[in-house]
Design a binder for this molecule. Structure first.
Ligand SMILES: C[S@@+](CC[C@H](N)C(=O)[O-])C[C@H]1O[C@@H](n2cnc3c(N)ncnc32)[C@H](O)[C@@H]1O
Length: 229
């Protein structure tokens, strides 16, 4: 993979840092600058991610009032799609300015947009959501944090619930410096060590044959399945 992914962010001064504060501290200034019209957010599509939209269509997802959470929601486009499918939707991001802008972008959507840190999740969110959407947050954080990031994301999934993970895939032998820090199959398997894999796909990006993305669907066994197992 030689192409830069379209959601490739600017390289922050802290890139490569192993400190959680440094690794996440550049998002708020970027979103705040964007709110002032002084920067653009490179991954802001003003539309849901097409991989997520296609997955939801194919699965004919209907929330019917079940709960969903969108991790690292940015300006809220994926959250709006999830809410439109009938989920009671929470969406969170560490960047307060992103959350403010998301609420302004989708004032009618009845989404609970919350400023929160994946590394310090509210206890009430643990194993609380029927659908968890993770799109491009793992890849935005340094690989040294990956195990912890995966554990926190997986912890949100309720018994019987589904996690969808989308990320740019690492090419064979890739040595590219992030962000984004692309994901290997071994990274996807970190999720599969915690939740049951349902469908793990490597999908070529439209018009960019050298670029592939992971879309992994995983499930936490329901309480009754766990009892039987
Ligand atoms: C590459 S962006 C992707 C945004 C969005 N999911 C999308 O696909 O357009 C990564 C997002 O994760 C958020 N983020 C980074 N670290 C976070 C953390 N510790 N807790 C919550 N959100 C975080 C950033 O502020 C940013 O909005």
């Amino acid at each position: 993979m030689t192409d830069s992914p379209p959601e490739d962010p600017i390289r922050p001064a802290s890139a490569g840092s192993t400190s959680p504060t440094d690794a996440t501290g550049w998002f708020e200034p970027l979103y705040a600058a964007a709110a002032r019209g002084e920067a653009t957010v490179p991954w802001d599509r003003h539309a849901p991610h097409q991989l997520l939209a296609e997955w939801m269509r194919r699965r004919r997802l209907a929330g019917d009032g079940r709960s969903a959470i969108v991790v690292g929601c940015g300006h809220g486009d994926d959250a709006a799609l999830v809410a439109s499918a009938g989920y009671r939707t929470t969406a969170f991001d560490i960047a307060e300015s992103a959350i403010r802008a998301a609420g302004e972008r989708y004032p009618e959507a009845r989404i609970d947009f919350v400023t929160a840190d994946l590394f310090h999740l509210p206890q009430a969110w643990i194993e609380a959501f029927d659908l968890v959407v993770e799109s491009q947050t793992v890849q935005a954080l340094p690989p040294s944090m990956r195990e912890e990031v995966v554990a926190h994301i997986a912890s949100l999934v309720a018994p019987g619930g589904t996690l969808i993970v989308q990320a740019v895939a690492a090419a064979d032998g890739e040595t590219r410096e992030g962000p984004p820090w692309t994901l290997t199959r071994a990274d996807i398997d970190r999720f599969a060590a915690r939740l049951d894999p349902v469908d793990i796909l490597l999908i070529p990006a439209p018009g960019q044959p050298a670029l592939h993305r992971w879309r992994a669907e995983l499930r936490r066994p329901s309480a009754s399945q766990s009892d039987r197992g």
